[in-house]
Design a protein around this ligand. Structure first.
Ligand SMILES: [Zn+2]
Length: 97
């Protein structure tokens, strides 16, 4: 009787360990998912571009010190690429494509 209880206890401990391992695996899986999500989110983040707030400006620039921006005598503004394209109707600078 005593050995049966002991055996049962040992089995429970083993089972517990197995459950713990599964939890670890789940946690690892979850962590990988979060990492993957973070990578995807960072990729989906809007790209910042620089535009010259001149009425004649037609281009946006990835590089703030781009030669295309050197001529800008107006304010240089950092906006998302989508804003530059859709709201300002600008195209990528010819020096940077
Ligand atoms: Zn440029």
């Amino acid at each position: 009787m005593n050995s049966l209880i002991l055996c049962n206890l040992r089995w429970n401990v083993l089972r517990k360990e197995r459950i713990n391992l599964t939890d670890m695996e789940k946690l690892f899986e979850k962590t990988s998912m979060i990492m993957l999500l973070l990578i995807l989110t960072s990729l989906a983040l809007p790209t910042t571009v620089y535009i010259c707030l001149s009425p004649g400006a037609k281009k946006y620039h990835y590089d703030k010190s781009c030669r295309g921006l050197n001529n800008c005598i107006h304010e240089i503004k950092a906006v998302s690429k989508g804003t530059a394209e859709n709201q300002y109707g600008l195209e990528l600078c010819g020096w940077e494509d």
